[in-house]
Design a protein around this ligand. Structure first.
Ligand SMILES: Nc1nc2c(ncn2[C@@H]2O[C@H](COP(=O)(O)OP(=O)(O)O)[C@@H](O)[C@H]2O)c(=O)[nH]1
Ligand SMILES: [Mg+2]
Ligand SMILES: [Zn+2]
Length: 369
């Protein structure tokens, strides 16, 4: 057994630009291998494909593909590596041995009913929306619940400020709705404006981009990098579609030292396992609810409801309360469904079904851009 093996200096040098940092060392020490230390390779998952993982640095001689064997399909999606995970590979065979315990993970309920991982080991999430009809405080509340649950720092970015006359209306709305969260309203094509994001992009930092398709996520990556490395939607509208199909999500190195994960747009973000996150996003409402007469108060029409009283006096927005109630119900329902699914997937005959689940979970509910 190898325990707490030391990373060769050369590998550490290659890992740092990929987001490696000291806190991950102690994660390494928690693992045990029967392989000899010199046969172990540490890498980061930069893309997930149908047949396995895309990793960096390469596992010798330019080989960046790591196949996933059957045993990785025995558990549920949470136990399989996703983009941003750190993995241990057996160099001689090129096979996946292990995954480092995660610092954080972003997950949602997939439309087909299982948990789906979006990214792992993320420090900051840029929640991107545009200054147009895409802007929806209710959707941002969803994203925030998932991000706060994962202990990731959220930053709300509203793009396309250059395309409207009154960007201040959006600026006011977002700071009124989310006073505790940093927000920026900008033109994603303008690298000077985008430089306001550099503070989150330094060495060792990993950023995830979340938001609907077409809001400017890839444009932000291009402006941060200072080059057209990500295909943006306008380009894709030609006939270059095929170029973009192998990897569903991808990780880019930033000149500021950090790494950024550009994900495909999500048509829908159903929340799952976000109990604590919801509590943080709606802390004001939960504080009020503690003073309701009934402790199972639904804040609908109950007597002695402190939340309804706050709505009546204008201290709380009725829309927010309504969305809070809906999200709480969704969270409870999805948590129940996931628990049930986990119990079922413990049956060994489920192996094949879970394997089908990978390809399904990868494209499921995600736009291609
Ligand atoms: N004028 C302007 N156009 C933008 C802005 N952000 C994105 N776009 C354009 O919107 C389209 C979609 O952007 P893209 O980055 O592909 O969106 P994604 O699907 O979120 O990655 C592209 O044509 C971009 O050039 C912005 O802030 N201002
Ligand atoms: Mg894109
Ligand atoms: Zn109440």
């Amino acid at each position: 057994m190898t325990k707490g093996f030391s990373l060769p200096a050369q590998l550490t040098e290659e890992l740092v630009p990929l987001g490696w940092r000291a806190a991950l060392r102690s994660r390494l020490d928690q693992l045990e291998y029967s392989a000899s230390p010199s046969d172990l390779h540490i890498a980061r998952v930069i893309g997930v494909q149908r047949t396995g993982l895309e990793v960096a640095p390469a596992v010798g001689a330019g080989n960046t593909h790591v196949p996933l064997s059957g045993r990785w399909f025995q558990g549920d999606a949470l136990s399989r590596p996703t983009v941003g995970d750190w993995v241990v590979i057996d160099k001689p065979t090129g096979s996946l041995l292990d995954m480092l315990p995660r610092l954080s993970v972003i997950k949602r309920m997939s439309p087909s009913g299982g948990a789906q991982l979006i990214a792992a080991n993320v420090d900051t999430a840029f929640i991107v929306s545009a200054c147009n009809a895409d802007y929806s405080p209710a959707r941002i509340e969803r994203y925030l619940s998932v991000i706060m649950q994962a202990d990731i720092e959220p930053v709300i970015i509203l793009t396309k400020a250059d395309l409207i006359g009154d960007a201040d209306a959006f600026r006011d709305s977002v700071s009124r709705e989310f006073p505790a969260v940093q927000s920026l309203v900008l033109n994603a094509l303008d690298s000077e404006a985008v430089a306001r994001l550099h503070g989150w992009c330094g060495q060792g930092q990993t950023i995830a981009l979340l938001g609907s398709s077409g809001v400017g996520k890839s444009t932000l990556v291009n402006s941060l990098v200072g080059a057209q490395i990500q295909l943006t939607q306008a380009v894709r509208e030609g006939d270059e579609k095929g170029r973009h199909t192998t990897t569903n999500r991808s990780l880019h190195l930033l000149p500021q030292g950090g790494v950024i994960l550009d994900s495909p747009g999500m048509r829908e973000l159903q929340i799952a396992d976000a109990d604590a996150g919801l509590g943080q996003v709606f802390e004001d409402i939960e504080d009020l609810a503690a003073h309701c007469k009934f402790n199972d108060c639904g804040h609908i029409s109950e007597p002695g409801c402190a939340v309804l009283a706050a709505i009546a006096s204008g201290r709380v927005d009725a829309r927010r309360v309504q969305h809070y109630r809906a999200l709480r119900q969704e969270e409870v329902a999805n948590r129940g469904a996931l628990t049930e699914r986990r119990t079922r997937s413990r049956s060994p005959t489920k192996d094949r079904a879970n394997r089908d689940g990978l390809s399904e979970s990868m494209g499921d509910g995600l736009d291609e851009s």
